[in-house]
Unconditional design. Structure first.
Length: 407
């Protein structure tokens, strides 16, 4: 029995083929889907079977939107077949802010990545980050389940994905594992795709990809600091490739189930000595979408853990008056947004590290390199070292901090 909205009274969507076809049309029009093979996968693999519920902010709190709730069923079906990401697993202690543990990535991002991966018939693919299992389902439709392998750190996600995939006739190899270690038991792979962010490419991924194979991952030096990078393993001890021209963001790879990567921040005393200076760099410049490379370079110097924010502007009628950067060791920088009469911005810093100096250094690096955007940047990966370059590996720009945690 179905309702008049076309949504089944159970957990199915009666008109899902039409919704999936409309989604494919939307992705194609947006330039995120061009391959007939991947279009066929989007239309054949029902996303609603993998996302029976997700979480959304409503009235100031996080609430479930579910197929089995009559009050949210129509909203659920509409958003499941929209080009949007959906938070599907949350954690955190009672009374504390929720921790996002898993999501179903926006379909357009996944199809763009799958096309960038350049999968061919007969390829074996390892996915890092099983999540709901929908992306694994797309891969199974394209390649056959025997060629698909996927790992996730969350045991319940893996088992649920296994059940959902089997319900559609797909039985890929799924495993509970720390994704940084790959899945050595079934290596080598022709392609490796990571649907989580990493601060550097785990060497295990390179080792488990055949020479000539491709790795596609979201490299993030910190919050909003990095991008997708597509690497080819060019030899036993090397992989290299370019960053993507678009932008993507994923949850960070975790090494234990049910935990977040957040760490506590030391709070500097209100009467801590402050260092005051001035800068000619507008503090909004490194943080703007057009200058993401600058912030990427800055994060490589500041470290992965920081908080960005604005100070002042508590009154909604007024704008914030300063940009703030804080690190867990208690270092803090506040940079005035408004420039003084001499064109400079006031800087006030406390704690052991002068954070704004790192941002200024990164901006100078970027200017000296010719203000490169993502497509001009590449990444060279070798045992024990990884470096970002401009145009050619012979022009290194920065090094990634190593080593990575063991898999």
């Amino acid at each position: 029995m179905t309702s008049t909205t076309g949504i089944a009274t159970g957990d199915a969507v009666a008109d899902w083929p039409d919704r999936a076809a409309a989604l494919a049309d939307e992705l194609e029009a947006a330039g995120k889907l061009a391959s007939p093979a991947w279009r066929a996968a989007v239309q054949a693999v029902p996303r609603h079977r993998f996302v029976p519920r997700f979480y959304s902010h409503r009235d100031g709190s996080l609430a479930a939107v579910a197929a089995d709730d009559p009050a949210t069923r129509a909203d659920w079906a509409g958003r499941v077949y929209a080009n949007t990401s959906l938070v599907t697993k949350i954690g955190g202690e009672s009374g504390s802010a929720p921790v996002y543990l898993s999501s179903s990535s926006a379909p357009g991002l996944m199809t763009r990545m799958l096309e960038t991966l350049d999968v061919r018939d007969g390829h074996r693919v390892l996915e890092i980050g099983t999540g709901t299992g929908w992306n694994a389902g797309l891969l199974c439709h394209r390649l056959g389940a025997a060629s698909v392998f996927s790992v996730d750190i969350e045991p319940d996600l893996v088992e649920t994905a296994r059940t959902r995939l089997a319900g559609l006739g797909y039985r890929p190899v799924l495993a509970v594992a720390d994704g940084s270690g790959g899945l050595a038991a079934h290596a080598p792979y022709d392609r490796l795709i990571a649907t989580c962010a990493v601060p550097a490419i785990p060497w295990a991924w390179v080792e488990q990809t055949r020479v000539g194979g491709v790795i596609l991952a979201d490299l993030k030096a910190g919050q909003d600091a990095g991008n997708l990078v597509r690497l080819t393993r060019t030899g036993p001890d090397r992989a290299e490739g370019r960053f993507d021209s678009g932008y993507a963001t994923f949850m960070e790879l975790r090494h234990a189930p049910g935990t977040s990567n957040l760490i506590p921040y030391a709070r500097a005393s209100d009467d801590a000595p402050a260092v005051e200076s001035a800068t000619t760099l507008d503090p909004r410049t490194p943080l703007s979408s057009g200058n993401r490379v600058v912030w990427f370079l800055a994060a490589l110097r500041i470290g992965r853990r920081y908080r960005l924010g604005y100070t002042g502007g508590d009154d909604p009628r007024h704008h914030p008056d300063a940009v703030s950067i804080t690190t867990p060791d208690g270092s803090r920088a506040e940079i005035a947004i408004a420039a003084g009469h001499d064109g400079t911005h006031a800087v006030r810093e406390t704690g052991p590290v002068r954070l704004w100096r790192h941002v200024e250094h990164a901006h100078r690096q970027w200017l000296d390199a010719g203000q490169p955007d993502w497509p001009r940047l590449g990444l060279a990966v070798a045992p024990g070292r990884q470096s970002v370059y401009v145009d050619d590996p012979a022009n290194p720009l920065a090094s990634l901090p190593l080593p990575l945690p063991a898999g």
